[in-house]
Design a protein around this ligand. Structure first.
Ligand SMILES: *Cc1c(COP(=O)(O)O)cnc(C)c1O
Length: 385
């Protein structure tokens, strides 16, 4: 072992997080804030393999803490899937499905608003990706009918149907909620399995694999289920469970695609401890959409700010085009960093330093007073010279 410098170690000895008190607009942060229940559970369960005291070799059979029931009863009801397993994130769930059911060299069809992790998961699986277009600025609405055209094209060009189709529900840029049911109808006509990427949906809004009529559904615990993560959720239709959740030939009780077992420790414990509150908040989704619309309406009162994506918004994540801030940044002494600094002065963070032309934000979980504070801040900043 080589010597490690004291100043390196000192940085690790001082791991405070300065931003806890700020209102954070960053969409990836809003749904992952721990509930008080989860924060309390952290104290007792933070040790490495803490959940494995009573494990007989299969994580999802552990009765104490109640992982068995959570995975086999609670979560399948929550997303209305036949079977659910936990993964290390939404991306790992997508990777796992592709790895289990798509031959290397085959082609998958995905929406053009897909998350980069969809493309990286496909790349790691050596899959070709064909995109279904959106109608571009300002709506970026995915043309769901075109799934049929892309599937036909792949079939013609390669002599085989796509090995998988994927729709992002909603996407992580505009918060657009495409008609995933229609995509599922098209895909089932062709007998192409469909994965719904609901990383920004499960844990925020009601989602049902059964109602959507798809084959797979994917969620993210640290993004939308008030878990510390990293943890994701994969729900499947029964017909896929044997291939995706297959057991090792040599180690008969170990899942191959999960390399033996799924997430344990705090990712799982915080997910479970937060779940009762998450179950309740999902039932208040209408209010979240109302709040998002209230916010967008007030923000669009400012000259030079416009929401892009489908209108009126149907989600807490929204993309703003903010020409007014861009114009100010041209003259302001802090240049393009002025917006970040002005927001921070008002205890608001989450807009990336340097962005002024456009950015995304989420209103998830803010109360009316907090929303008003944020609106007032934007209004004040828009009047700067
Ligand atoms: C955040 C996000 C992901 C990645 O989620 P992880 O759980 O961190 O892997 C995937 N897809 C979409 C649409 C996302 O917004």
């Amino acid at each position: 072992m080589a010597e490690i410098r004291k100043r390196e170690l000192d940085k690790l000895r001082d791991m405070r997080r300065e931003y806890v008190k700020y209102l954070n607009l960053n969409p990836i942060q809003r749904g992952g804030i721990l509930t008080p229940e989860a924060r309390k559970a952290v104290e007792e369960w933070a040790d490495g393999y803490s959940v494995c005291d009573f494990c007989d070799g299969v994580l999802e059979s552990i009765k104490k803490p109640p992982i068995d029931e959570f995975i086999h009863e609670t979560l399948p009801r929550f997303v209305e899937a036949d079977e659910v397993r936990l993964t290390h994130g939404a991306r790992e769930a997508k990777f796992m499905v592709m790895h289990a059911i798509c031959e290397p060299g085959s082609t998958i069809v995905v929406d053009s608003n897909a998350h980069y992790s969809t493309h990286v998961a496909a790349e790691r699986n050596k899959l070709h990706v064909v995109e279904v277009e959106n109608n571009s600025y300002p709506e970026y609405r995915v043309n769901v009918e075109a799934y049929a055209d892309r599937i036909d094209e792949v079939n013609k060009k390669t002599g085989k149907l796509p090995s998988l189709a994927l729709i992002t529900f909603p996407d992580g840029n505009y918060g657009n909620l495409p008609d995933a049911k229609r995509v599922a109808d098209i895909c089932s006509e062709y007998n192409v399995p469909l994965l719904v990427n609901a990383a920004y949906a499960i844990g925020r809004m009601p989602v049902s694999l059964r109602d959507l009529g798809a084959d797979f559904i994917v969620g993210s615990g640290h993004k939308s289920m008030a878990s510390s993560g990293p943890i994701g959720l994969l729900g499947v239709r029964k017909s896929w469970s044997d291939s995706v959740f297959r057991k090792s030939m040599e180690y008969r009780n170990k899942d191959v695609e999960m390399l033996g077992c799924g997430p344990r420790g705090l990712p799982l414990i915080t997910l479970m401890a937060s779940f009762p509150a998450v179950y309740e908040r999902v039932q208040r989704w209408d209010m979240e959409v109302k709040n998002a619309r209230f916010f967008i309406k007030r923000i669009e009162d400012i000259n030079g700010i416009q929401q892009l994506g489908i209108k009126p918004t149907e989600h807490d994540l929204n993309f703003l085009e903010t020409n007014v801030f861009y114009a100010i940044s041209k003259k302001h002494r802090n240049g393009r960093f002025f917006l970040y600094r002005e927001l921070k002065k008002r205890d608001i963070i989450g807009v990336k330093p340097g962005l002024t032309k456009n950015f995304k934000l989420s209103t998830y979980g803010f109360n009316k007073d907090e929303l008003k504070r944020i609106i007032d801040a934007f209004k004040e900043i828009a009047m700067l010279k």
